[in-house]
Design a binder for this molecule. Structure first.
Ligand SMILES: *[C@@H]1O[C@H](CO)[C@@H](O)[C@H](O)[C@H]1NC(C)=O
Length: 352
């Protein structure tokens, strides 16, 4: 009687062994490491000397913090296609015919499988450590309404500041995450992270501001505005360790590109966010909501560090509403702040 049972068991074992070696085991997330959590998106144009360094360093950065990543590259000129193909695997290249930023990042985003999209630029060499990714994910996890997280420059209020800010604005580290960051009005490329779900909910980058084949420079601010209007929050945090490409400069800031990149797009698309066609109430409301988010979230490192200026000679203040009014104030400003401390969670989590 023992013999048939043994043979059934060995048949089952064989079936399991077969399944584990082929299809069904691929469906178990733990045995299928190919699904990335973070998709870094790069719009690449004619910088052959940075290809290997960007790919190597980014791969090392992801490994250093055990975050499954992919580097999705819109290869916008054909000459270095082979060099990018040589990096394929961690790198997911897609080949395009000089689409430029707006269409290029949208094309990369359509291929990206990560939960977090990070817009990257080809004149930025990443460090080989990925602490910034852990911090980025912790912020998104702790603040579920946070949709965009800038890491380059920013404005806490578009129309009140004549130039972009860099670095941290003067708040104490946020006790929920231990990270120093801020809510911002607009933040720009790059790096700039956005939840993939939010990117698609918002419809991606606006392609209508630039002609095909022209650079897209106003799409970052415009995306931030759409995020705030749709009920998402926009933040910024700074980290060190990126290097610029020392060899060549991009076309966006040359005189050849100036008309197409800046003037025309500021008039057409960016115009809504510059002084030209701005509706003052629209941006002022947004700006005050950002201010209120900051007041309800952060404390100042020292009284003279208020990024909004001072009571006597600033354009706002760092005066938080008194404790008893905070809830009513948050409701009035439609501010959703997390109620509990989620800092103890794992560094990242695929299935939020
Ligand atoms: C502080 O600035 C905010 C935002 O501009 C403004 O609404 C508020 O009235 C100011 N508070 C004080 C006490 O000046």
């Amino acid at each position: 009687m023992l013999y048939p049972i043994l043979s059934i068991r060995s048949g089952i074992d064989a079936a399991i062994a077969l399944a584990m070696s082929c299809m069904s085991s691929q469906l178990l997330p733990s045995s299928y490491p190919g699904r990335p959590v973070v998709s870094i998106m790069l719009n690449y144009f004619k910088r052959p000397h940075v290809i290997q360094e960007i790919a190597d360093n980014m791969r090392a950065a992801c490994l250093s913090v055990s975050i499954p990543c992919e580097l999705v590259v819109n290869v916008d000129n054909p000459h270095e296609a082979g060099a990018w193909v040589n990096e394929a695997g961690f790198v997911v290249p897609v080949f395009s015919a000089n689409l430029h930023e707006a269409r290029g990042y949208n094309r990369a985003a359509r291929l990206a499988r990560g939960k977090y999209l990070v817009v990257w630029q080809d004149d930025q060499i990443p460090p080989r450590t990925g602490t910034w990714m852990l911090q980025m994910i912790r912020l998104f996890q702790t603040y579920p309404r946070l949709g965009i997280l800038g890491m380059n420059t920013y404005r806490i209020c578009r129309q009140k500041e004549s130039t972009n800010r860099q670095g941290n604005p003067g708040w104490n580290p946020d006790p929920r995450t231990g990270i120093t960051w801020t809510y911002v009005h607009f933040t720009d490329f790059a790096p700039m992270a956005i939840l993939a779900s939010v990117f698609w909910e918002l419809g991606g980058l606006e392609e209508g501001f630039s002609r095909p084949g022209e650079c897209g420079i106003t799409g970052d601010w415009e995306l931030c505005a759409r995020a705030w209007v749709a009920g998402w929050q926009v933040g910024h945090f700074s980290w060190d360790g990126r290097k610029g490409d020392p060899v060549a400069h991009g076309g966006t800031h040359t005189s050849v590109g100036a008309l197409a990149c800046w003037n025309r797009q500021m008039d057409v698309g960016g115009g809504s966010f510059t002084k030209r066609y701005i509706h003052p109430v629209f941006v002022q409301d947004m700006c005050e909501r950002v201010w209120a988010h900051n007041m309800l979230t952060f404390t100042l490192r020292s009284p003279d560090r208020c990024p909004y200026g001072e009571q006597s000679r600033g354009w706002a203040n760092c005066t938080a509403p008194p404790e008893e009014n905070r809830a009513a104030f948050a409701a009035q400003m439609q501010i959703h702040l997390p109620t509990e401390n989620r800092q103890s969670e794992a560094g990242w989590d695929i299935g939020r």
